[in-house]
Design a protein around this ligand. Structure first.
Ligand SMILES: *[C@@H]1O[C@H](CO)[C@@H](O)[C@H](O)[C@H]1NC(C)=O
Ligand SMILES: *[C@@H]1O[C@H](CO)[C@@H](O)[C@H](O)[C@H]1NC(C)=O
Ligand SMILES: *[C@@H]1O[C@H](CO)[C@@H](O)[C@H](O)[C@H]1NC(C)=O
Length: 230
């Protein structure tokens, strides 16, 4: 994200050039909605890959989430300093329910890998309270938290029948799609495209409820539609 913030600075200077001044750019950006989502790979491709990374022996789940959220906090403040005023922050998904993690860790008879979902929930709780803190601390800014767990729980997916098998053929090492193989015949019935990433139908559903919350948990303190209207 540090790299993305550097890239963003370059984009901002181009906007300032196009609009004629730095003030005009800042004014423009203050009306934009920023969508920020980070952290899934800190669990998938780091904490829960102890064969490659030592973090799970160096940090408890609580400590790891704290470190991640502290860095995230700095980065979000930098984004604010660059002129962002309306920022939707997506929490992590239930990584323990991905076909990849289920294949690696097993579920012990449950639907998902509970220890992964628990670690992720610690992060999400801290991220949501960071959102509350930032709203108190920074005047004139609205940060919102999108709760993917809330959005994807419940039976709101008509036709989505295959919840734990990827639509495409995945590599047993990367768990990503193998090239030149036929995908499943009807992707609208699958929750997962490869063994980690949701299909389009799920992404559209999550986006819809992030925009237009259906429960108080989906988006807080307000949804993206209300953020747009501020
Ligand atoms: C997300 O929503 C669920 C309800 O589906 C709730 O149990 C959980 O506490 C929420 N997470 C956060 C971080 O607010
Ligand atoms: C694919 O599945 C969806 C959901 O069940 C269904 O609405 C659609 O008609 C199916 N498409 C095809 C081509 O079978
Ligand atoms: C994956 O590949 C195997 C072997 O080529 C094939 O039998 C199977 O139907 C494929 N699965 C999917 C989902 O495309």
């Amino acid at each position: 994200m540090y790299k993305q913030l550097l890239n963003h600075q370059i984009v901002i200077s181009r906007i300032a050039m196009l609009l004629g001044s730095k003030e005009a750019a800042t004014n423009h950006l203050s009306k934009c909605i920023y969508s920020v989502g980070m952290g899934n790979n800190d669990y998938i491709n780091n904490y829960f890959q102890p064969q490659y990374y030592p973090t799970s022996s160096q940090y408890t789940g609580e400590q790891y989430a704290t470190v991640l959220v502290q860095q995230y906090s700095k980065q979000l403040k930098t984004l604010y300093e660059y002129g962002a005023n309306k920022i939707a922050i997506f929490g992590l998904g239930q990584i323990g329910c991905t076909p990849a993690e289920i294949a690696v860790y097993g579920t012990n008879g449950f639907a998902c890998v509970d220890k992964i979902n628990s670690a992720v929930e610690i992060f999400n709780v801290k991220l949501k309270s960071l959102v509350d803190d930032l709203n108190k601390e920074l005047a004139g800014v609205k940060f919102i938290y999108i709760n993917i767990t809330s959005i994807t729980s419940g039976k709101a997916f008509p036709g989505l029948t295959v919840l734990n098998v990827p639509c495409c053929n995945v590599s047993s090492i990367t768990r990503l799609c193998v090239s030149n193989k036929a995908p499943c015949s009807n992707r609208s019935t699958y929750a997962f495209w490869d063994a980690y990433h949701p299909t389009e139908i799920v992404n559209v559903f999550v986006a819809g409820r992030a925009y237009n919350a259906q429960t108080a948990f989906d988006a807080s303190p307000i949804d993206i539609r209300s953020l747009a209207q501020l």
